[in-house]
Write a protein that binds this ligand. Structure first.
Ligand SMILES: O=C(CO)COP(=O)(O)O
Length: 259
C-alpha cells in the first residue's frame, strides 16, 4: 500500500459553457456529499476550459468546497504579446492548483513537442501548481509492441535535467491514444504494464523516494464500470477522465473507488 493520495481528475476538454459548468460543479459537490466522500482519501479535480475557470472558482469559494480545479494547458511565456495564450500567473490568481500539459490532442492538433511539454511542466511547478504531464502511444505503436519504450521516451525527453525532488511533485497521466474517447479501454493489465514501467523508469532515473511519491494516472475511456479494476492496480493512482467526468453522478461514483 503506497502513501500516494489517489487523484480523480475530470478533463472537460472543449465542453460546457459557464452555466453548464456551474450546474456540473454543484451537482458533483452534491453527489460527493451524498456519497460521504472523504477527500483526504481521494482528491477530486475538475479541469474546465479556460472560460469556465472563474465560474468554478466562484462556486468552490462560495460553498467552501474541497473540489480542486485546474487548467487544460498554459503558456510558457510570462506576459505580453502572445495572442491567445494564458499565463501561469493568470491561473494561480484564479486559484488553479493543477495544469495539464502534453495531452495527445494538443500534441496532435498543435504540434506540441516533448521539449515544449517539459517547459510547460517546469513553468507550472515554478508557479506553485502541480503539472499533470500526459503521455501515451498511438495504435500503430501499440501494434508494433514498442509502446513502453515510446512512452518512457516521451517522459524522459520532457523531464531531462529535472531534479528528483521536482519530479516527485508532478503527476504523470498515461493515456493510450487508441483508448481515448473510443469506448475501448486498455485492460487493467495493459494499463498497469505501462504505469509500472513508468514507475520503474522513475526509480532508475531519480531514485526510490521519487518513484514511490510520483502519482501516475490512467486515462482513456475510464468510467464507473472499469474504474474499480484500474484503481486496484499497484501503480495506478487515479484517472484522467474525459467523457465520464461530464456527468456529476458518474464522476462522483468514480471518485469513490480508491483502493
Ligand atoms: O483524454 C482523456 C482525458 O484526458 C480521456 O478521455 P475519455 O475518458 O473520454 O476517453
Amino acid at each position: 500500500m503506497s502513501n500516494r493520495t489517489p487523484l480523480m481528475a475530470g478533463n472537460w476538454k472543449m465542453n460546457l459553457d459557464h452555466l453548464e459548468a456551474n450546474h456540473l460543479v454543484q451537482g458533483l459537490a452534491m453527489a460527493l456529499s451524498d456519497a460521504g466522500h472523504d477527500y483526504s482519501k481521494c482528491e477530486v479535480l475538475v479541469i474546465p476550459p479556460f472560460t469556465d475557470i472563474r465560474t468554478v472558482q466562484t462556486i468552490v469559494e462560495a460553498d467552501s468546497l474541497d473540489i480542486k480545479y485546474g487548467a487544460q494547458d498554459v503558456s510558457i511565456h510570462d506576459n505580453g504579446a502572445y495572442t491567445g495564450e494564458i499565463s501561469t500567473a493568470m491561473l494561480t490568481k484564479l486559484g488553479c492548483s493543477y495544469v495539464v500539459m502534453g495531452h495527445s490532442e494538443r500534441r496532435e492538433y498543435h504540434n506540441e513537442s516533448d521539449e515544449l511539454v517539459g517547459a510547460k511542466a517546469r513553468k507550472v511547478l515554478d508557479a506553485g501548481m502541480t503539472p499533470i504531464l500526459c503521455c501515451g502511444e498511438a495504435l500503430e505503436v501499440r501494434k508494433a509492441g514498442t509502446h513502453v519504450d515510446f512512452v518512457l521516451g516521451q517522459i524522459r525527453a520532457a523531464l531531462a535535467g529535472w531534479s528528483a525532488e521536482d519530479v516527485a511533485k508532478i503527476v504523470i497521466a498515461y493515456e493510450p491514444i487508441w483508448a481515448i474517447g473510443t469506448g475501448e479501454t486498455a485492460t487493467a493489465d495493459d494499463a498497469q504494464e505501462v504505469c509500472g514501467a513508468i514507475r520503474e523508469a522513475l526509480r532508475a532515473d531519480f531514485g526510490d523516494a521519487t518513484a514511490d511519491a510520483t502519482r501516475i494516472l490512467y486515462g482513456g475511456s475510464a468510467k464507473p464500470a472499469n474504474i474499480k479494476e484500474l484503481m486496484a492496480q499497484p501503480d495506478i493512482d487515479g484517472a484522467l477522465v474525459g467523457g465520464a467526468s461530464l456527468k456529476a453522478d458518474s464522476f462522483a461514483q468514480m471518485a469513490g473507488f480508491y483502493a
